[in-house]
Write a protein that binds this ligand. Sequence first.
Ligand code: ZN
Ligand code: ZN
Length: 410
Amino acid sequence: MSAVDSELLNKLGEVAVKVGLRLQKGQDLVMTSSIEAAPLARAIAEHAYKEGASAVITLFSDPESSLMRFRYGRDEIFDYAPGYLFDAMARAFDNNAARLAIAGDDPMLLAGEDPDKVGRSNKAQSAAYTAVRERITQFNINWNIVAYPGQKWAELVFPDKKAKKAQKKLAKAVFAASRVDVDDPVAAWQAHNADLKTRADWLNGNRFSALHFTGPGTDLTVGLADQHLWMGGEALSKNGIWCNPNIPTEEVFTTPHAHRVNGTVRSTKPLSHNGTLIEDIEVRFEQGRIVEAKASKGQDVFIKLLDTDEGARRIGEVALVPHSSPISKTGLLFYNTLFDENASSHIALGQSYWKCFTDGDTVQGDEVSARGGNSSHIHVDWMIGSNKINVDGITGNADRVPVMRKGEWV
Ligand code: ZN
Ligand code: ZN
């Protein structure tokens, strides 16, 4: 018997298609998956065709083949990425194809490889991916990320358990966090979306100009972009389809002002970035830019990440998640941003979401920059929330409104 329950896996596929994507009759679906996650990819294909998809195209990747590249590839290929592949994806999105990514690969796959090659490879990949990333972050089409509880990932999360037991436990956590272990997952998601909307509406009603985070090692003022919009849960894509881009999701988030972030902040959970674990990050911001940075582990990789481009030293997202979120309650470190970012309030280095503006469907690049929206080839979330963090909202008249105390909504 498989360690991953096939009935719940099928429900996850159904939620990915009906809630995550809300795939429409006649749409194509472009999906990426590791070969290990094929059972979930097939469940998604089943529900996609039941909903009337025209074509489901799955690009399968194989971690072992990726390692061959690092071990036997010529040195110069690490500055190269097959852009034509991404151009084709961008064209598919221009033709209204939906996008789905299955996460859950081995987070430590590249941990033993040459950091210089890994860094160059990520940079080349990230640059080649620009046209795709823009169409996704600007919500041109409905998109979704969902996770498959992969074996290597499970062994990392549960190092003391035997392989099969670890995968079983991770599968249980993934299904619970993705709200598919209930009688009617689609209805559960509708209720959850309504809750998140209530929080976002309250924040939008207050029109804060900044948030002030305080706690151990943290005294950080995050200015918010002009005409920023708080969002959470489902989002309306430019093709007119409401989708839930992340499954799971617990956050409400917006666009900070790239030049109005000041003070110090300490990470509250390790950041797993392309196979490297970066721990105890401490940075200082001056006028939005990170001017000092250190980490107790993975500092080299972190500094390389900050040096990706000019925008990598500024933030493009600030998000609030209560400490009591179901994912936080598991007490697990998932080594996967999709889960860990939903356990804790966080900020993201790099690219901002254009969607997070009051006129997010029509706003253009120059205007986004003028209002403080950051741009970069990267978007990397890291956790700054815990049960020791307080958050105040600061209004235009410099009044302070308590938003969170000890990590919980006031
Ligand atoms: Zn986030
Ligand atoms: Zn993010």
